[in-house]
Design a protein around this ligand. Structure first.
Ligand code: SAH
Length: 283
């Protein structure tokens, strides 16, 4: 049990004045922040965070100024360019600026754009990766994104492009054909369109699908369905964003690996959901 975690002995990087550290905070559960992230929070003068960053994590930034750059209370979110330029400004004021983003900063998080703007303005940066929702969030639901029996590849897809529609630049036919497990971020608003694209491109309506919302948080909610039923099931259940959608058989592994229900004393529903028998002892 740790109350206020202390960093283990190591050569932790020193946050120099005028630098911006771009850091991933993980999907939600504060324990999924990295130690580099904690080291950064401890030294930052100012933390600029997204809406998806858990408030409990911000409490570790003792004494730092906290600036929200996320959409709150129905107000429109600040423009990306304005956020990036604000980071430049803060750095030029000689602050230690921690830019904290949900999940991993370089996975559908515009971290690359922000980092590029900073570098173009001559600001020095450090990148601290985080656990992305499409991997760690699914793990909290008992879904392995790769599983040797089932898939040798996984594809991460964004559910909407800059206009807010299902991305037209994506070749859904190619994705349907070549991708085994498909993990969709930001897909809830366009879920009907995405499912239609996948089915029209040849994926079976019987294919297992899981929708995992608020992954790793107390409010975590998991819907298990199929491509043919997921749109109706989402509407019926009222499950909402933020959510990742996972398509393919690896979703079935949750029947064995739903470790969160084990915490409440439930036994696994099925020890061999893929019908492959027990894993070989060796090999
Ligand atoms: N950089 C983030 C992704 C930002 S895009 C990362 O690496 O995770 C925002 C999308 O991330 C959401 O629409 C949702 O699809 C996903 N997401 C982020 N946090 C989540 C959570 N706790 N539970 C489920 N999905 C989450």
């Amino acid at each position: 049990m740790i109350d206020s975690p202390k960093l283990p002995e190591s050569d932790w990087p020193v946050f120099e004045a005028g630098w911006v550290w771009l850091c991933g905070a993980g999907p939600g559960d504060p324990g999924l922040l990295t130690l580099h992230g904690l080291n950064a929070l401890r030294q930052a003068d100012v933390v600029v965070h997204d809406a998806l960053v858990e408030p409990a994590i911000l409490k570790w930034a003792e004494g730092a100024e906290i600036i929200s750059a996320g959409k709150r209370g129905g107000r429109p979110s600040p423009k990306q360019r304005d956020i990036s330029l604000r980071l430049v400004e803060l750095a030029r004021e000689g602050k230690r600026v921690l830019r904290l983003k949900g999940g991993d900063p370089f996975v559908f998080g515009r971290g690359g754009e922000e980092a590029q703007t900073l570098v173009q303005h001559g600001v020095l940066i450090r990148i601290i990766p985080g656990i992305t929702a499409g991997i760690g969030g699914l793990a909290y639901a008992g879904i392995p994104v790769t599983h040797r029996d089932v898939n040798q590849s996984v594809t991460f897809v964004t559910g909407h492009d800059q206009s807010g529609s299902a991305p037209t630049s994506l070749d859904w036919r190619a994705i349907s054909k070549a991708s085994q497990v498909i993990v969709i971020y930001m897909g809830m608003r366009q879920i009907g369109q995405i499912v239609e694209n996948l089915v029209c491109a040849g994926r079976s309506v019987d294919e297992p699908v899981a929708v995992v919302s608020n992954a790793s948080l107390k409010a975590q909610n998991v819907l298990e369905s199929t491509l043919g039923s997921v749109v109706g099931d989402v509407a019926k259940s009222g499950i909402g964003s933020p959510a990742v959608i996972c398509v393919d058989k690896s979703v079935l592994m949750r029947q064995a690996l739903d470790w969160q229900s084990m915490l409440t004393g439930e036994a696994p529903r099925n020890l061999d959901p893929l019908g492959r028998g027990r894993p070989a002892e060796s090999a």
